[in-house]
Design a protein around this ligand. Structure first.
Ligand SMILES: Nc1ncnc2c1ncn2[C@@H]1O[C@H](COP(=O)(O)OP(=O)(O)OP(=O)(O)O)[C@@H](O)[C@H]1O
Ligand SMILES: [Mg+2]
Length: 352
């Protein structure tokens, strides 16, 4: 199967895709604005990146619970392999975000670094033939990506140019094209799906459509998984670009809207928590304290010690007081004690 270089020979902008692109762009722009109501961007990034890491890994059948997920960030030694993989995804995504925002480019070598971080090995671009894509249910080969190292490299160079050079096409439509192309090149032995889903976010950041890395399509893809695979394949077999593009645009729109809702809920909960702490523990209240409680659904004493510059003794008293008024619940894992912001936790668990 020969993969063609970009740009496409046919115009992916049809009346239908353009119309959908308008509403998807509008929802995305609104998300960008709403994200600013949360005072500290780390609050959103932390929770949403973890959620995405969980969902995207789930597409690859790496299943974690929310408990494992949020604990994994806290250096607990007994985390499961699955939680470790989710953690790697998170690191890969944040690394990509850092590379793109500081260099204003999304280069092939960054993509390779991202996959390396994700898979924790340096296999890099495929050199051995034999990688094929199979239908998970029947085991039939649906697609054989390029097998030859030079061909893969050339296609990646072409994709790199397409990503970084300006063109006339709506960037959201471009994102769909780029995702298809990347998955079809399938440059790595493993992790192509997850790396491709990270590239989607980074592309929006690169094009200044997303300031913070907070729009994640994996949950949408999980919900519409059969269509995801079917439409990727139909681009190949039927040149059905229109439906594929619509699918991705709809993902952007729906996810933007549900993320807006989640952010608004987090914001409300922060205000409520602030009011409760102010009223019941006025001596202890500070803006920074509330932010720390929302930065991690699982808090530990060190976060307070470092974030507020207080002694361990004082931090321990704070945590006890916050437990007494019902803002936190404590749990013991092995030798460490953690404090869960229960309402935030259940909000994130319920999800987008
Ligand atoms: N017919 C197809 N054409 C192009 N790409 C496809 C097709 N079917 C699946 N893919 C892509 O291949 C990915 C799977 O590849 P791979 O196993 O290397 O990635 P992964 O990150 O390990 O897995 P996953 O995507 O399941 O999380 C899918 O997520 C999808 O993006
Ligand atoms: Mg895989």
């Amino acid at each position: 199967m020969i993969i063609k270089n970009l740009p496409l020979k046919t115009d992916p902008e049809t009346p239908i895709t353009l119309k959908k692109a308008i509403s998807a762009n509008r929802a995305l722009a609104k998300l960008n604005g709403v994200a600013k109501i949360i005072p500290n961007s780390a609050i959103l990034i932390n929770s949403l990146v973890l959620q995405e890491a969980k969902d995207s890994s789930e597409i690859e059948n790496i299943i974690t619970t929310h408990d494992e997920l949020f604990r994994a960030g806290l250096d607990v030694s007994d985390i499961t392999n699955e939680a470790k993989e989710v953690q790697n995804y998170r690191q890969a995504l944040l690394k990509g975000y850092e590379l793109v925002t500081s260099n204003k480019l999304l280069l092939k070598k960054y993509i390779i670094e991202i996959q390396q971080e994700l898979e924790q090995n340096d296999a890099g671009v495929r050199r051995q033939s034999g990688t094929v894509l199979k239908n998970a249910a029947t085991g039939d080969v649906v697609f054989t990506p390029p097998q030859d190292y030079e061909t893969i490299q050339e296609l990646l160079d072409n994709l790199e140019r397409y990503i970084n050079e300006e063109n006339e096409i709506d960037p959201l439509i471009n994102m769909a094209i780029i995702h298809y192309q990347f998955e079809s090149i399938h440059p790595f032995y493993d992790g192509n799906g997850r790396t491709g889903r990270i590239i989607n976010i980074l592309y929006l950041v690169l094009k200044d459509l997303l300031e913070l890395p907070i729009l994640y399509l994996s949950r949408y893809i999980i919900k519409n998984k059969a269509d995801y695979y079917r439409l990727l394949q139909e681009v190949r077999t039927k040149e059905n670009w229109e439906e594929w593009v619509l699918y991705m645009l709809d993902g952007i729109e729906q996810t933007s809207l549900s993320t807006i809702e989640l952010i608004e809920n987090i914001n409300l909960l922060m205000q409520e928590t602030q009011a409760v702490v102010k009223e019941k523990l006025p001596k202890l209240y500070s803006k920074d304290l509330i932010e720390i409680l929302f930065m991690h659904p699982y808090t530990k004493m060190e976060f307070l010690v470092n974030g507020l510059g207080i002694s361990r003794q004082t931090a321990s008293k704070y945590l006890k007081d916050l437990q007494n008024i019902g803002v936190l619940e404590s749990i013991q894992i092995k030798n460490s004690k953690f404090f869960v912001n229960t309402q935030l936790f259940s909000m994130l668990k319920k999800g987008l």
